[in-house]
Each structure stands twice: as structure tokens, then as C-alpha cells.
Ligand binder design. Structure first.
Ligand SMILES: Cc1ncc(COP(=O)(O)O)c(C=O)c1O
Length: 425
């Protein structure tokens, strides 16, 4: 694979040496050695409170407050002072909604998706507090022969926009459906439509949690106000990074921090309490790892190489799951069925029809064989799974196999081998 050396990539992950096949990466990826080293280094050498004048504190402050946002900003194409950290993306988005509360009027309209609740729940709760109206942009089937072949379509978003639209919140990639939403095009279309309809102010919030391990975010090119992802799914520690557009921070957001902290003009006003500083520092290890994947240390090239390699994983798995024998057996992909650069290797399916198999029973076979980790459920995209039609038991959900660039074609072949046994039963 030009530009991507999988053995070199895998050598960065101590956990991969065991040979265990990690197939639940959309739940959490493995951590690169540079991330682990930085956590140990921070705790060993600079684990003091930030902001004091003695030398060790100066260094801890530099690591967590200067180096970390500067490096992480590269993954957003943002400026470092537009980045804040929190424990999770769920918390970060809840903070965004809280900070906007004073600027929401009764009758304002929020458009959300049925994806992961993290970028829907805070808006629904805010709407309930402020008398705003929630509309839902639903994913719809792409193929006539598979009602679960869902994806978000721009044409189905635009009719929801009115002069009252205030917030549009969606995922750049679903943690179940796995397709890459063309964020730039969606945002351009929705902004043009909102302007034509006379909307007062529209802010766009994009959940990039299931996108960031696979593609490079570009908040400037996308023209969005908020974007968020979780480093524990991007080869890093358990911490989340949030982008807030500087102009939006000024124009729309009230501070969430203690009243005596004078942080009004920085994104830190939306960060109540400190994140784990050793974790904030360790994010620089994840960025460094990604940069190291291409000789030019160019993130665009890194993610191009990742996307190209990941296609070699998506293709055989989707080809197998959608082959006539599997279709006949009742296997239905939940998400788009075709491989291509608009598809990441997060692949979900159910087995329905005359001889259905519960998702938990598919996963049980993998667990019994051992040496491999995949999972079933709704993965917090509760509304999406709950509204699948024909209905799927919400507690059983879908089987999800979620791979990343350190997975190999051999691993995919092993997964297919086990699936063949499961479907033959
Ligand atoms: C698409 C998506 N959004 C948001 C989240 C929530 O992230 P966090 O666990 O950091 O709150 C997840 C986690 O699974 C996710 O997959």
C-alpha cells in the first residue's frame, strides 16, 4: 500500500503484540506507545498543579495548556485557542448546550439526528428547558431491497430548515452506519437555505467521534461552529477535544467557569474544571503517531493512506455480507452496502428472515472462540436502532465489527471464517 506501512503502524501499539484481534475500535481504539509514554512521563516528572511560578509547574502548564491544544488543533484545522478538553464528548457537548442557553428563544428550532445520543440529548434537553422545537433529520434507506441500508441525505435535511432554525447537530460519521457524511456540502447547503429563508442565526454542531479515527477533520473548510471527538477512539487516552469557533464563542456563549475566572475571550470559559492533565498532554502522542505514518509528517497524506488501507478491510467484509448466499440467509447490513471512500470500516448487520439469529448469539460465537473482540447492541445510537423498520429488538441491537487502520486483511478473513460458521448453523 503506497504511503502506508501496516507493520510499522502496528509496531506502535503494544497491545497488538498479543495477536488479539481488536474489532470493537469504534467503542475504543488501542493506545499508541507515544501516548502511554507521555502519561508516564507527565505523572513521573510534572504532576503538579498548573499555573504556579516554580519550574515544574511552568512545565506542566506548558505541556497541558500550550503544547496539547497546539497539537490537537492540527487534527481540527483550527487555532489552538479554539480547543478545550473534557472527560468525554458527551460532557463537551452538554457544556456547549449549557453555554448557549441564554441565547435560545422559545420557538427556536433545533435539528438533530437519531445518531449517538451525545449530539442529540443535550439539544433535546436544552429545547425542553427553553421552549425550543426539536426536529429530526432521519437516515433513510439507499437500496430498495434492504430497508436497513440507511444514510443521511442532504435533500431530506433542507425541508426541515425554516426561519426559526437555530441549531443543526449531526454526526460526520455514524458509529453504526459507518458512512462519511459530506459535511462541507451539507453545511454549505443548509446555510444557504437558512439564509434564504431568513433564519436569525444558525450554529452547526458536528459529532466527529466515529469520523476522526478515519478521516481528517477540517472545521474551517466545513464552516461549522462546534466539532468534537474522543481521543480514546483515536489511538489516545480517555479524554475528548472540542473545537469552538472563536467568533461563536464571543457572540453566543456564556462562561461556565467560576465567576472570578477571567477567561471570557478563550475557549476555556466552556471548560468547567480541569480535564486530566496527564491525559491532555498524552493527546500529543496520538497526534505525533498520526504524523509519523507518512514520511512528510503530513496529516492529509496520513489520512489518505489510512483511508486507502481501510478500503482493503471494508471491501471483503461488505462483499461477504452482501453476497447472494448471505442475503438469502437473512443477513442485512445496517448502513450503506457499498465500499468506497464514503465508507469507513464500521460495519453493522442483523440476521433476519426465516431463520433469524440474535445479535448476541452471533457475538457469543466470537467470544467462545476467543482471541477476538466484537460487540452487539445499540451503541448509544438508541433512537436509530429503536426506529429501525422492520423493528429490531433494542436490547439485542445490531452486530458491529469496527476496524481501523491497524487491522489487517488476515484479521478480516478470520472474521469472515467465523461468520460463515455462524450463518451455516
Ligand atoms: C459517534 C459517537 N459520538 C459520541 C460518542 C460519545 O463519546 P464519549 O464516550 O467521549 O462521550 C461516541 C462514543 O461511542 C460515539 O461513537
Amino acid at each position: 500500500m503506497s504511503g502506508f506501512d501496516i507493520d510499522k503502524a502496528r509496531a506502535n501499539f503494544p497491545s497488538l503484540k498479543s495477536g488479539f484481534i481488536f474489532g470493537d475500535n469504534a467503542g475504543g481504539s488501542q493506545a499508541a506507545q507515544g501516548v502511554i509514554d507521555r502519561i508516564v512521563d507527565y505523572l513521573s516528572n510534572t504532576n503538579v498543579q498548573l499555573g504556579a511560578d516554580y519550574s515544574v509547574s511552568v512545565e506542566s502548564t506548558r505541556r497541558a495548556m500550550v503544547e496539547a491544544p497546539a497539537e490537537v488543533a492540527k487534527l481540527f484545522n483550527a487555532s489552538p485557542d479554539e480547543i478545550v478538553f473534557s472527560h468525554s464528548s458527551t460532557m463537551n457537548l452538554e457544556n456547549v448546550a449549557r453555554a448557549l442557553e441564554h441565547d435560545i428563544q422559545p420557538g427556536d428550532e433545533f435539528i438533530v439526528t437519531t445518531e449517538h445520543e451525545a449530539n442529540a440529548g443535550p439539544w433535546k434537553k436544552l429545547a425542553a428547558r427553553r421552549g425550543a422545537v426539536v426536529k429530526v433529520w432521519k437516515a433513510s434507506p439507499t437500496r430498495e431491497d434492504n430497508p436497513y441500508s440507511l444514510s443521511l441525505k442532504t435533500a431530506e435535511l433542507l425541508p426541515l430548515i425554516t426561519d426559526k432554525t437555530r441549531i443543526v447537530a449531526f454526526t460526520a460519521t455514524s458509529n453504526i452506519l459507518g458512512s462519511v457524511v459530506p459535511v462541507r456540502e451539507v453545511v454549505a447547503a443548509l446555510r444557504a437555505d437558512a439564509e434564504a429563508k431568513g433564519a436569525r442565526k444558525v450554529e452547526v454542531s458536528v459529532d466527529c467521534v466515529a469520523y476522526a479515527p478515519h478521516r481528517l477533520i477540517d472545521v474551517r473548510g466545513w464552516d461549522v461552529d462546534f466539532a468534537v471527538f474522543s481521543f480514546y477512539k483515536v489511538y489516545g487516552p480517555h479524554i475528548s477535544a472540542l473545537y469552538i469557533r472563536a467568533a461563536t464563542l464571543e457572540a453566543s456563549m456564556q462562561p461556565l467557569v467560576h465567576h472570578f475566572l477571567k477567561l471570557d475571550h478563550t475557549a476555556y470559559k466552556i471548560q468547567p474544571g480541569g480535564p486530566g492533565y496527564e491525559l491532555a498532554y498524552a493527546t500529543t502522542g496520538a497526534v505525533d503517531y498520526l504524523l509519523s505514518l507518512t514520511p512528510a509528517r503530513d496529516l492529509n497524506k496520513t489520512f489518505e493512506a489510512i483511508a486507502a488501507h481501510e478500503q482493503t478491510l471494508v471491501q471483503p467484509l461488505l462483499e461477504f455480507l452482501t453476497a447472494p448466499a448471505q442475503r438469502e440467509r437473512g443477513v442485512r447490513v445496517v448502513g450503506e452496502e457499498t465500499a468506497g471512500l464514503t465508507r469507513v470500516p464500521t460495519i453493522s448487520f442483523v440476521v433476519v428472515g426465516q431463520r433469524p439469529i440474535r445479535s448476541r448469539d452471533v457475538v457469543r460465537v466470537f467470544d467462545e472462540k476467543g482471541g477476538i473482540g466484537i460487540r452487539y447492541g445499540h451503541f448509544y445510537a438508541y433512537s436509530l436502532v429503536n426506529e429501525l423498520s422492520p423493528k429490531v429488538d433494542i436490547d439485542d441491537g445490531v452486530v458491529r465489527i469496527s476496524l481501523v487502520h491497524y487491522n489487517t486483511v488476515e484479521e478480516v478473513n478470520r472474521i469472515i471464517e467465523i461468520l460463515k460458521e455462524v450463518f451455516a448453523a
